[in-house]
Design a protein around this ligand. Structure first.
Ligand code: NDP
Ligand code: GDR
Length: 356
């Protein structure tokens, strides 16, 4: 069998790193698009990076950007991929309120640029396309649990940009017969989750508080509910979505929802701390039940102009057609993330700055 070739945009992100590993394990030649940065941005993939001078290197990185059409066209032309996984995005919902235009450029028009690259190069019948769509499309939810047929109502510039990405993918499938699919993925996390998403922000703070390197954790809305799974399971789902006889869209979710508050409680419990809540609204605090010290405070700056209150996915279609199941429970996910952040800090890892 000839070796399959994959192109992953966003390869330096959480999902890109897990997916690159998965595809390399399956024998693929993997090309990844990375952005030029003034500091190293390949920390998540350094261990799988192979020296380009090695003749049999199966993992290659290329500079590029979702805002640069000619770059994307050249990359698709050079790599002639069997599968493209479009994971690149300005993926932070709150940041999208600060950078709405850039978010639209990268997350919406970026998808169009890649699809056009495939079309212009005449690869429409060869290259399968995966678009990283999101449960943020549901936003102000119209139905619970959310499934493939639930109407969308995005609540952020990020969600609105991703809505375009979703529909342009459907449109190229219907207009030109592309094998192009949306994975509508609910939140998925891991020890290499970006440090400013709420789960990782919490597990890093819990580890830092345990080791005496930080006093408090500042958060926004504790009552938002999310359907949290493990990124490892979700990249397996992405791959399965592109292996079907027909191109279709799929929800990937665990079918369980928890509040940010529950995540906080569970994470602190990993270090033997029970959290007791008192006060209301922005005055609410979480205290360590044993010492009485305040370890969680509310900072209004982390509230969003418009919030997504409740997400809960129904992955019945993925179960039936892809044989996909999440394998990591919520307690195990939290346990793994806290343990990893404790190990990282103990080994001298830095807390970094600007943790939102
Ligand atoms: P990350 O934020 O960890 O990674 C995003 C990746 O996109 C990084 O490699 C980043 O590069 C790259 N990127 C950002 N902007 C550009 C650009 N203009 N040009 C090229 N590359 C760019 O996200 P995740 O891995 O968590 O998510 C992957 C995808 O899935 C994203 O599209 C996200 O919106 C979507 N998604 C994620 C979910 C989740 O829960 N994780 C759920 C549903 C959808 P750099 O490293 O240089 O910043
Ligand atoms: P989300 O993830 O917006 O769901 O998008 P995030 O972890 O940022 O927020 C989840 C919920 O937690 C609340 N929250 C806070 N969030 C952050 N980041 N920081 C805080 O201090 C804080 N306090 C409370 C938020 O208000 C929100 O309700 C993620 C991203 O990966 C998207 O790219 C992806 O599409 C969706 O998941 C599915």
């Amino acid at each position: 069998m000839t070796q399959k070739v994959a192109l992953i945009t966003g390869v330096t992100g959480q999902d890109g790193a897990y997916l690159a590993r998965l595809l390399l394990d399956k024998g693929y030649m993997v090309h990844g698009l990375k952005r030029r940065s003034s500091s190293f941005n390949t920390g998540r993939i350094d261990d799988i990076y192979q020296d380009i001078h090695e003749a049999d290197a199966r993992f290659r990185l290329h500079y590029g950007d979702m805002t640069d059409s000619t770059n994307l066209i050249r990359l698709v032309q050079e790599t002639q991929p069997d599968e493209i996984y479009n994971l690149a995005a300005q993926s932070h919902v709150q940041v999208s309120f600060d950078t709405p235009e850039y978010t639209a450029n990268a997350d919406a028009i970026g998808v169009l640029r890649l699809l056009e690259a495939i079309r212009l190069l005449g690869l429409g019948q060869k290259t399968r396309f995966y678009q990283a769509s999101t449960s943020e499309l549901y936003g102000l939810v119209q139905e619970t649990p959310q499934r493939e047929t639930t109407p969308f109502y995005p609540r952020s510039p990020y969600g609105v940009a991703k809505l375009y990405g979703y529909w342009i993918t459907v449109n190229y499938r219907e207009s030109y017969g592309f094998y192009a699919c949306n994975g509508i993925l609910f939140n998925h996390e891991s020890p290499i989750r970006g440090e400013t998403f709420v789960t990782r922000k919490i597990t890093r703070a819990v580890a830092a508080i345990e080791l005496g390197k930080q006093d408090k954790l500042y958060l926004g809305n504790l009552d938002a509910k999310r359907d949290w799974g493990h990124a490892r399971d979700y990249v397996e789902g992405m791959w399965r979505i592109l292996q079907q006889p027909e191109a279709e869209d799929f929800v990937l979710a665990t079918g369980e929802t928890r509040s940010v508050r529950e995540f906080v409680e569970r994470a602190f419990a990993e270090t033997g701390r029970q959290i007791v809540w008192s006060g209301e609204g922005v005055e609410e605090v979480g205290k360590d039940a044993r010492t009485g010290k305040v370890v969680v405070e509310i900072d209004p700056r982390y509230f969003r102009p418009a919030e997504v209150d409740l997400l809960l996915g129904d992955a019945a279609k993925a179960r039936a057609k892809l044989g996909w199941e999440p394998t990591t429970s919520f307690p195990d996910l939290v346990k793994e993330m806290v343990a990893s952040d404790l190990a990282l800090l103990r080994s001298g890892g830095s807390l970094g700055t600007g943790a939102e």
